[in-house]
Design a protein around this ligand. Structure first.
Ligand SMILES: Cc1cc2nc3c(=O)[nH]c(=O)nc-3n(C[C@H](O)[C@H](O)[C@H](O)COP(=O)(O)OP(=O)(O)OC[C@H]3O[C@@H](n4cnc5c(N)ncnc54)[C@H](O)[C@@H]3O)c2cc1C
Length: 389
């Protein structure tokens, strides 16, 4: 078992201890395999996790949370992701899509109404950013919001909206001023998942199968102007919310998942290589295999340092746009390298469902794409570092 090697505060060590026991006892491999096949997540276990207080880790105490602690929240994702996306995903929908975004961008009324419920794990959000024709270029969203009196009327469609079929709210990026420049046209709005006019249509996909990712169609969906994230005054001010601390922490959330998946892949291959006998000895005794594993472990260790360095900066409220982008970029790309190395070590079994490696490879291959692709992180870094041609 590959252990944490960084010095950590006592409460984070305790969180890891509790979660390792929780995950080991409650989410054994046969359950993980069944959830992956069913594209599902365990509501009862999420409830227990929420009752342990973890969902409040992105929310200030005055709003009913445990006090914002990004390092601890990232450690929760890492620990949960070691058992796949089945609890890490829902935790992110609650603590990050919900708790982090509303803490950073919500109006006082939204904070008062939503944060205590998010901290208790009673509300789950989905992200409605991507569209059929919009991936990385988010400022080009076409889903349209029209002001009618004190309401917004929303028409359009979102794609890949994970959890849209059960989310209480879709945290949705829309265009509210089609004639204005992109910087003055965007608005974030909270659309209740079950509002009249919202329909969801699942997309078959191979990775992150803790639930469906869906096409979401909005047909004359009416929400009050108070549903604008930050309140009515934030109409057409969504551009600013695409950057800032919430986005920095969002990159860490994806990186933490990746780190957990990569750790699980390596743990499995590490053990397998010492048990599988070929040519009279455990395959870990063949130098080519040992080198793959040692290289993967070294890369994993570099990921750990990048992740927690960036998380500490975010926790302190220090500028960390570059560090969070580097962490997302490096960990996602390195996660793919680790996945492929572990897959090779496990030979034919890596393609069966006898182990977790098949799922971890599928999930790791997608991580350089989701949550801001690796190339988008490179673009971001080139801009931050003013690299000019
Ligand atoms: C399982 C899954 C779940 C998802 N869940 C959600 C969700 O809940 N909510 C949501 O909103 N989205 C979700 N997504 C969508 C995901 O966030 C997008 O896939 C991601 O933003 C990238 O968009 P794209 O795939 O359309 O790629 P595109 O933006 O079309 O890019 C395709 C390729 O071109 C490259 N590229 C594009 N533009 C540039 C450029 N300017 N410079 C260099 N390279 C460039 C990209 O790096 C990428 O390699 C999910 C996706 C998956 C697979």
């Amino acid at each position: 078992m590959i252990e944490n090697t960084l010095p950590e505060p006592g409460h984070v060590i305790e969180i890891r201890r509790q979660l390792r026991r929780f995950v080991t006892e409650k989410l054994p491999r046969d359950k993980r395999r069944a959830l992956d096949k069913a594209h599902d997540w365990p509501r009862d276990l999420f409830r227990q996790l929420a009752d342990m207080g973890f969902c409040g880790l992105t929310i200030a105490e005055e709003n009913g949370g445990a006090g914002q602690d990004i390092v601890a929240a990232v450690a929760v994702i890492e620990e949960l992701a070691r058992a796949g996306p089945f609890l890490a995903g829902p935790f992110i929908h609650c603590a990050f899509y919900g708790g982090m975004n509303i803490s950073e961008n919500g109006s006082p009324d939204q904070k008062a109404a939503l944060l205590p419920r998010l901290a208790r794990g009673d509300l789950l959000f989905a992200y409605g950013l991507s569209e059929p024709d919009v991936g990385g270029d988010l400022s080009s969203v076409k889903t349209r919001g029209r002001v009618e009196g004190d309401h917004l009327v929303i028409n359009g469609s979102k794609r890949w909206c994970t959890g849209a079929d059960w989310a209480d709210y879709i945290y949705c990026l829309i265009n509210t001023a089609p004639d204005a420049s992109k910087r003055e046209a965007l608005t974030f709005v909270l659309i209740p998942g079950k509002a009249p006019g919202v329909s969801t249509h699942p997309i078959e996909h191979v990775n992150l199968r803790y639930t469906a990712s869906s096409d979401v169609i909005f047909e004359d969906v009416r929400v009050p102007l108070d549903a604008i994230v930050g309140g009515p005054a934030k109409l057409n001010k969504g551009w600013g919310m695409l950057a800032g601390r919430a986005l920095d922490v969002e990159k860490l959330e994806v990186a933490a998942c990746t780190f957990g998946f990569a750790q699980a892949a390596l743990n499995e291959a590490w053990t397998y290589a010492q048990e599988r006998i070929q040519f009279g000895k455990a395959i870990a005794g063949h130098q080519a295999v040992a080198h793959k594993l040692v290289t993967a472990r070294t890369k994993l260790e570099a990921c750990r340092h990048m992740l927690y360095h960036a998380a500490r900066l975010a926790n302190e409220g220090a500028p960390c746009g570059a560090e969070t982008s580097m962490a997302k970029l490096f960990i996602a790309d390195t996660g793919v390298e680790i996945a492929l190395a572990c897959q090779q070590v496990m030979g034919a079994y890596a393609f069966s469902d006898a182990y977790d490696i098949d799922r971890n490879v599928r999930d790791l291959l997608g991580m350089p794409v989701v949550g801001g692709s690796s190339d988008m992180q490179r673009n971001n870094l080139a801009g931050l570092w003013r690299l000019k041609g």
